[in-house]
Write a protein that binds this ligand. Structure first.
Ligand code: 2YH
Length: 268
């Protein structure tokens, strides 16, 4: 799983509004509406719960340690969608204790392997990989005005890709999977799933692409369907800089926003 960097997150708090406008103008949704839809809850429930709860973000030092801007950016996103949030002054276990003592009902924390929101009242967690997959599939579904019976190319069958596959199946999309690992692809084939084995040939055939691969800079403009829509939670972005610039209005890509907003909605 790709580790975010301080640079990936720099200034992200300042562009939340323009990202929301991008989502709204091009796909007819917002961070808040996408997260609510992805979590399968109502707006009323979301708004009511946010009035009641307090959220703590806990910096975690273990493993490779704290990522500059990480806790702050998570807090900014949660605040942007209406949550009452604080970052604990203490780290790790002491941070959890501080969060609970200061009345938090939801605790956001990430180490090198997993990023979760723990609802300590309900005893449930929402996982960033699952929430990211659901948030981005929801956005792609909006871009397609419904993915039912539409062909989708899923690139990368890691954690996010596997959750995306689950949600795409729930929406009755016709999914074909590509992964760099041929063994994985063979397993998918055995399960009766459509697979693609040549990415360059596959790219041009699909109007809807979910790029969950951690590989950057491999999707050139001339490889793509002219009317393509791409949901790309993968970091770094698979599209080349030129392709991203040209296709911007048809691309959903962010390092944290949709995932974090959806984690919140899923944990309420
Ligand atoms: O970026 C990560 C991991 N790759 C997991 C991401 C799951 N999608 N973790 C963030 C680590 C944050 C750090 N411990 C902090 O600043 O608290």
């Amino acid at each position: 799983m790709t580790r975010l960097t301080e640079k990936d997150l720099a200034g992200l708090d300042n562009i939340l509004n323009s990202y929301d406008l991008h989502l709204y103008n091009n796909f007819g949704l917002t961070l808040k509406s996408a997260s609510i839809t992805a979590a399968g809850i109502s707006k009323e429930y979301f708004d009511k719960k946010l009035q009641e709860i307090s959220v703590a973000v806990i910096p975690v030092t273990m493993g490779q340690g704290i990522i500059g801007n990480f806790s702050y950016t998570v807090k900014s996103i949660l605040q942007y969608v209406g949550a009452n949030v604080f970052i604990t002054e203490s780290y790790d276990v002491a941070g959890i204790a501080e969060g609970i003592n200061r009345g938090a009902n939801l605790l956001f924390m990430a180490d090198d392997n997993q990023f979760i929101a723990l609802n300590n009242h309900k005893g449930i967690i929402s996982d960033n990989a699952e929430a990211t997959a659901r948030g981005f599939v929801t956005a792609l579904n909006a871009a397609a005005k419904g993915l039912e019976n539409k062909e989708v190319l899923l690139i990368g069958a890691g954690k996010v890709g596997s959750f995306a596959l689950e949600h795409l199946n729930e929406l009755d999309a016709k999914v074909a999977v590509y992964d760099i690992d041929n063994k994985k692809l063979e397993q998918f084939k055995q399960l009766g799933l459509k697979i693609e084995t040549n990415i360059n040939e596959a790219l041009n055939k699909y109007k809807y692409i979910f790029d969950a691969s951690p590989m950057g800079d491999f999707i050139d403009l001339d490889l793509l369907h002219p009317e393509v829509y791409i949901a790309a939670p993968g970091m770094p972005l698979g599209l080349t800089k030129e392709a991203y610039k040209t296709l911007n209005k048809r691309v959903i890509h962010d390092p944290l926003q949709l995932g974090v907003a959806t984690m919140l909605a899923m944990a309420l």
